[in-house]
Design a protein. Structure first.
Length: 171
């Protein structure tokens, strides 16, 4: 019994070790840009030009091949270059007739209201590029439930066998 408890403890410690620890160091600007894009499939802030180029270079090959992230980041890069050129390297002063914030690109895709499952996935889904994917969380939860069920059935069999080993008081 002690061996199995030790094995279970080691397995749980291994699962805890697999969960990534959050670092206290600040993310590089390209990673902040990718996280900003990953949150809602658009770039909401303006970053330095080098961040856009580095983010496009560091995108995984499957993201480059199967999504439009590269095109969206390139579009945001061109907007940042245009805004930098129009404002002389920074944002212009609103008191002199300029705009205080960069122009935004409309992102309405014409869908209107989303469905129930889309809204639930938006709330529960990953918020940045480093978060654990939802299918992996679901599979991990199922694995833990199955391990718990196996432990309960083992405990029930052990207790049942222990009850049956009671010696008969009759001669």
């Amino acid at each position: 019994m002690l061996k199995r408890l030790t094995l279970l403890t080691v397995l749980l410690a291994g699962l805890v070790a697999l969960v990534p620890a959050t670092g206290s160091a600040a993310n590089p600007c390209w990673q902040e840009l990718v996280n900003d894009y990953w949150a809602d499939n658009r770039v909401d802030r303006t970053y330095p030009i080098s961040c856009y180029r580095e983010a496009m270079q560091k995108l995984p090959t499957d993201v480059q091949a199967y999504s439009d992230a590269q095109d969206d980041l390139r579009r945001a890069l061109l907007l940042a270059i245009r805004d930098e050129r129009d404002s002389g390297g920074g944002f212009s002063d609103p008191a002199q007739g300029g705009s205080a914030a960069p122009p935004t690109v409309p992102t309405d895709d014409g869908e209107g209201s989303k469905g129930f499952f889309s809204e639930v996935l938006d709330k529960l889904g990953p918020k940045n590029a480093d978060s654990i994917p939802v299918p992996l969380l679901v599979l991990g939860s199922i694995a833990l439930l199955l391990m718990g069920a196996a432990g309960v059935s083992y405990l029930a069999r052990y207790l049942q066998a222990r009850r049956l080993d009671v010696p008969d008081p009759r001669p």
